[in-house]
Design a protein around this ligand. Structure first.
Ligand SMILES: C[S@@+](CC[C@H](N)C(=O)[O-])C[C@H]1O[C@@H](n2cnc3c(N)ncnc32)[C@H](O)[C@@H]1O
Length: 227
């Protein structure tokens, strides 16, 4: 069961000021708090320093702010991996047949948070991390777009999709490609406004506790380390 997962303390190391300035630069392009951006920064940097191979992937890129952090680290490493930024770019969807707990809230949010691929490129350029060759911006509903791409190895999977059905789908399609030693970060896991996220995560990991070495929260995001 998921709750058996060991809690690891939240990383507390301060980022050097040059790195915190990157976090400041992306703030106009993201809904994530500096704490959560800092968590992505540290995890991506740690994967690089441990030489864990695999792409960085974000489901729910919106205007590209959190993705730009991952791209910044990939660029700093010399583009040894690709960065995939996936979003409908049509905002939030209407509820689906399996939306369940989210159904009523989804009706209110449908069509909000519309961003464009140009917004994402602008965010990446703001931190000097845009590369036609290494960045893959993938538009479309996850149920279509995730079928159209093949990502062999994932080192860091950031899911920021807000809903039960989208979170579950991203985990089902992409978690198998997350390498041992890689991380999955699910934003809004502990956000009472988006209860479906926790439900999807708990359901998905219910039979996978043995594959996880630890988990921790930088509230409301959950980080899980595979392997
Ligand atoms: C909270 S926003 C992501 C925020 C972003 N990570 C940031 O840095 O601000 C959630 C995104 O999920 C996308 N989304 C939600 N459900 C989706 C689906 N089924 N398919 C594709 N995109 C979806 C929305 O378009 C929205 O841009």
């Amino acid at each position: 069961m998921f709750l058996k997962l060991r809690k690891s303390p939240k990383p507390t190391r301060e980022l050097p000021s040059s790195d915190s300035s990157v976090i400041k630069k992306v703030q106009a392009f993201t809904m994530l708090s500096p704490d959560r951006l800092g968590n992505l920064f540290r995890l991506a940097s740690e994967l690089v320093s441990r030489s864990v191979g695999g792409d960085f992937v974000e489901c729910g890129a919106c205007r590209g702010g959190s993705g730009a952090i991952m791209a910044y680290i990939a660029k700093g490493e010399g583009w040894k991996r690709k960065v995939w930024l996936v979003d409908s770019f049509m905002g939030h969807p209407e509820p689906s047949k399996i939306s369940g707990i989210d159904r009523e809230i989804m009706k209110e949010w449908a069509g909000t948070m519309i961003a464009s691929q140009a917004d994402v490129r602008k965010a990446l350029k703001t931190v000097g991390a845009y590369s036609e060759k290494h960045i893959r911006i993938v538009p479309g509903w996850f149920q279509d777009s995730l079928l159209s791409i093949k990502i062999r190895k994932i080192a860091l999977l950031h899911i920021d999709a807000d809903w039960y059905d989208a979170t579950l789908l991203c985990l089902e399609k992409l978690y198998p490609s997350v390498v041992s030693g890689g991380y999955v970060v699910v934003d809004d896991y502990d956000n009472p406004s988006f209860p479906g996220v926790k439900q999807a995560v708990r359901e998905f990991f219910a039979d996978k506790a043995h594959e996880i070495s630890f988990s921790f929260e930088v509230s409301p995001a959950l980080t899980v380390k595979k392997g």
